[in-house]
Design a protein around this ligand. Structure first.
Ligand code: NAP
Ligand code: MG
Length: 497
């Protein structure tokens, strides 16, 4: 054990978590008094008793959010004042970097170095970016005749409900709350039951930064209880959801069956990554493709899980990929050099193992991994798995696995690769590797996906939209476009004499 690892382990042993909801600026138990146990996928250790919020708690949080919105304690501040508070909020997140990163690691299993370098930093950056943007956005005046002045102004929608998953708990929460809060809305956030702890701390830090009580509320609980109640609530104006396509459909139904609240969904993916024989640098293409599918234990919505590689370079690609596999062997998430941590829970481990079985049964060949790892720790680990000989209609090429499993498919012509890449219900992201700029553009245009990466994968940042075509959802997170989701456009037509 290294000294650094020792210190994370020691710090983890000392940490105490408050699992109560945060409503109207106060930590509160669930109205029912019920809790659920939050255990760590790292080694099964008990972390906290978390409030099991249900419809009563959601109602209390929505009432607090509504009251805060109506009296304009936040919406009524100047954009500049909201900016200053959001920037302070971002600074506080960074000031608590180690605590937040360790909480995320213990709660959902990712390596501590990724939690620090990516999750905490990107969460703070998102809050800061929307804070800094909000006093630089101007409204519009329409081109009318002399007899009128027509204003087109943006107003916050009111009360925003946000429901987020467990793979990047803090970061996914920030993609919703940052544009929503910066625009003056009040928010009720329901984190995943599998990873509720950092969201609760974020709400405390928001209060400390000066976001008034009632403006940002967090109600932990189960999806079918708290999540369902939030999406059905008659006084929520907008629901912003990130999660599976299955639950995304329920969210749209709930929105339609209640008050027709605006429903935005960021859903699953089965992203194709097309590597052509003329890729600029095979080693780089291999390292990036492998790094992106195995990052975060493969629990990324945009993971390039279908690798289409041109047949003439397939053997060379696979040889290099296999040489990299040992680097991704699962290890202790609390060790500083670990790159592959634990899956979020036993259910996810079982799901991933079922898909690996299905791949074998349907005739694909495991070249590496394919088994559980580190079972002796009491945590949930899977060896990074590479399947060769995959066909696009096999289960492992059609369904989102959300684990460290890569499917390799060979292609002979670009047309065939594009056709198969698009043959999916999803359309979140895609990749293409070629040194021919014309070919790159042609393929990028033909791919039905919200983001196409060219000669890199996943290097984009907060400045660009993120979201899906087809059943990967509607609306976009990140960039200034995200503000559209949390604002109404108002026309004020003024007759002039
Ligand atoms: P999930 O099962 O759909 O859960 C997502 C959230 O919805 C959780 O907070 C969950 O609560 C809640 N939920 C579950 N059932 C609900 C219901 N009936 N009504 C309202 N809310 C409900 O997804 P997950 O397994 O947590 O996350 C993995 C999925 O998220 C993958 O499909 C992945 O692709 C997707 N994802 C997409 C993006 C993107 O930007 N496109 C980003 C990250 C992840 P509980 O967990 O407490 O049950
Ligand atoms: Mg957890």
């Amino acid at each position: 054990m290294t000294t650094q690892q020792n210190s994370w382990t020691e710090m983890a042993g000392r940490m105490k978590f408050d699992g109560r909801a945060l409503i109207n600026g106060e930590r509160v138990s669930a109205v029912s008094g019920q809790t659920f146990e939050c255990n760590s996928p790292v080694d099964g250790r008990y972390l906290a008793a978390v409030a099991r919020g249900d419809a009563a708690d959601i109602d209390a949080a929505v009432k607090a959010a509504r009251a805060a919105f109506e009296d304009r304690r936040w919406a009524g501040l100047s954009p500049r004042s909201r900016k200053q508070i959001m920037v302070r909020f971002a600074d506080l997140i960074l000031a608590h970097k180690d605590e937040l990163a360790l909480t995320e690691t213990l709660d959902m299993g990712k390596p501590i170095r990724n939690a620090r370098a990516t999750d905490v930093n990107a969460c703070a950056n998102t809050i800061r970016w929307y804070g800094e943007a909000i006093d630089k956005i101007y409204d519009e005046i329409a081109p009318t005749s002399d007899s009128a002045l027509a204003l087109i102004t943006r107003e916050p929608v009111g009360v925003v409900g946000a429901i987020v998953p467990w793979n990047y708990p803090m970061l996914m929460a920030s993609w919703k709350i940052a544009p929503a809060l910066a625009s003056g809305n009040s928010v009720v956030l329901k984190p995943s039951e599998k990873s509720p702890l950092t969201a609760l701390r974020l709400a405390e830090l928001a209060l400390e930064a000066g976001i008034p009580p009632g403006v940002f509320n967090v109600v932990p609980g189960f999806g079918h209880e708290a999540g369902n109640a939030l999406s059905l609530h008659m006084d929520v104006d907008c629901i912003a959801f990130t999660g599976s396509t299955r639950v995304g459909k329920l969210i749209m139904v709930n929105a339609g069956q209640s008050n027709l609240k605006r429903a935005w969904t960021e859903l699953g993916g089965k992203s194709p990554n097309i590597v052509c024989a003329d890729c600029p640098d095979l080693d780089r293409a291999v390292a990036s493709s492998i790094g992106s599918i195995f990052y975060n234990q493969g629990e990324s919505c945009n993971a390039p899980s279908r690798l289409f590689v041109e047949r003439s370079i397939k053997d060379a690609f696979i040889e290099r990929a296999l040489a990299l596999m040992p680097k991704y062997a699962p290890a202790d998430p609390l060790a500083d050099d670990t790159v592959m941590g634990a899956l979020v829970d036993r259910t996810q481990l079982d799901t991933v193992m079922r898909y690996i079985d299905a791949g074998r049964k349907e005739g694909a060949k495991v070249l590496s991994g394919g088994e559980q790892a580190r079972a002796e720790t009491g945590g949930y680990y899977v060896a990074p798995t590479l399947f060769d000989g995959v066909l696009n209609d096999m289960t492992i090429a059609r369904e989102e696995i959300f684990g460290p499993v890569l499917s390799v498919l060979a292609f002979d012509t670009v047309e065939e690769a594009i056709q198969q890449a698009n043959q999916t219900i999803y359309g979140l992201q895609a990749g293409v590797w070629t040194r021919d700029i014309n070919k790159a553009h042609r393929i990028a245009r033909a791919l039905r996906a919200g983001t196409v990466h060219v000669n890199q994968y996943d290097e984009d940042d907060i400045t660009v939209p993120f979201g899906g075509y087809k059943q990967s959802g509607n609306g976009r997170d990140k960039s200034l476009h995200a503000i559209d989701k949390y604002t109404e456009l108002k026309t004020t037509w003024i007759g002039l004499e």
